[in-house]
Design a binder for this molecule. Structure first.
Ligand code: DP6
Length: 362
């Protein structure tokens, strides 16, 4: 939808070399995106909270090159100051695929310097922050060269669209507080092509929620997201799952508008367990939790029953457990993590995060 062959640099009037820099956060889905079709289109709508302390910084340097319009993407890539062949190849292929959207990329020599605020091997998904940061840089570059993205809503929409092509969940990271991706009549303007912000619709409780990520294991994922999504195609529960996600989104949005933490927490936990159950009954089957994940979940349930405190968990497609709770109980929760949960974390590792204001141009 954003293909635009006119976005080419006039070689008789080339731009000066320059750079753009964005910091973009990760996000945690409450309604999970699991199952896709076509070119990165979701089988059901999802909703996520935008995080703050888990982010990627990306600098995109550009310089006009004299060669005619042909040619491939000319890219140097550094991850935490080091050349990284695997990331370079992946980014190169992604940029090639974006030439119809940003045809001027062939006319530039590009250098990308990127890094995360969290250790690469922390088991924290970095594709959402990395792909959203890159998409925002590309839109900034377009706007710098052509002045075509002056409208900030249009800018964000295009950045979300481009981020989605890199990694589905990344399209939701472009917005502050919370975002919905995928067609639904519940949110005006919602689309399969890009996410829309819903931070303004929700109660302030959720704009200030904490998410402490308990790192149970930092091992490489047992199954890539791409393979995981593909497994949904043969999953016997797929269709009822997609219907369930739509229904849950409706209940969740109501809870988030009114500040109903209990209903929010119930859905967050049900969604996490549903995601893991879907993986268990896929073919081949995957057990993505580890004993420590199960122990943490049980402890959280006991803690809630004993204290009545609104502490809830969610998980991505891996063993790490995200603990969601409001700031009022931070001291109690941090003590509980210290005393009873850290023992299940790899080297006692916890990434403290919270709902944030979205990406920032640096
Ligand atoms: C479990 O966005 O990583 O985190 O589109 O193939 O890059 P690709 O998948 P990805 O899938 C994320 C799945 C999830 C749930 C979610 O974030 O909604």
């Amino acid at each position: 939808m954003y293909e635009n062959p006119r976005l080419l640099i006039d070689s008789s009037n080339p731009p000066e070399a320059g750079s753009v820099v964005w910091r973009s956060p990760s996000n945690i889905a409450i309604i999970k995106y699991w199952g896709k079709y076509g070119i990165q289109l979701p089988k059901n709508p999802s909703l996520s909270l935008t995080l703050a302390s888990s982010f990627t910084d990306t600098q995109l340097e550009y310089e006009f090159k004299d060669e005619a319009h042909g040619g491939a993407i000319d890219l140097d890539f550094f991850f935490h100051q080091q050349p990284n062949e695997a990331f370079q190849a992946k980014t190169q292929a992604f940029l090639e695929s974006l030439i119809p959207v940003f045809p001027f990329l062939k006319q530039l020599r590009l250098t990308i310097r990127t890094g995360n605020s969290f250790p690469h091997s922390a088991g924290i998904a970095s594709s959402a922050s990395a792909m959203s940061a890159l998409a925002l840089c590309l839109c900034s570059l377009e706007d710098t060269l052509f002045g075509t993205l002056q409208d900030s809503a249009e800018y964000d929409r295009k950045a979300s669209f481009v981020a989605r092509l890199g990694s589905g969940s990344a399209c939701r990271s472009v917005f502050p507080h919370a975002a919905v991706w995928g067609e639904t009549s519940l949110v005006s303007g919602a689309s399969n092509e890009y996410a829309v912000p819903v931070g303004d619709l929700i109660h302030e409780t959720f704009r200030e929620l904490h998410d402490d990520i308990l790192i149970v294991s930092s091992d490489e994922k047992a199954v890539s997201s791409r393979a995981g999504h593909a497994l949904m195609d043969g999953n016997p529960y797929a269709e009822s799952r997609y219907a369930q996600a739509k229904q849950r989104l409706s209940v969740l949005l109501d809870a988030m508008k009114t500040g109903d933490l209990e209903s929010f927490g119930k859905i967050a936990e049900d969604e996490a367990l549903t995601l893991h159950a879907l993986m268990m009954c896929s073919n081949p089957s995957y057990l993505l939790m580890q004993p420590g994940s199960v122990a943490i979940i049980e402890k959280v349930r006991e803690y809630r029953a004993a204290t009545g405190h609104p502490l809830y968990f969610t998980l991505d497609a891996g063993p790490n457990v995200h603990l969601l709770y409001p700031g009022e109980i931070i001291h109690e929760v941090r003590a509980f993590i210290e005393d009873e949960l850290k023992e299940y974390c790899e080297n006692g590792r916890v990434q403290e995060d919270w709902v944030g204001e979205g990406p920032e141009e640096m």
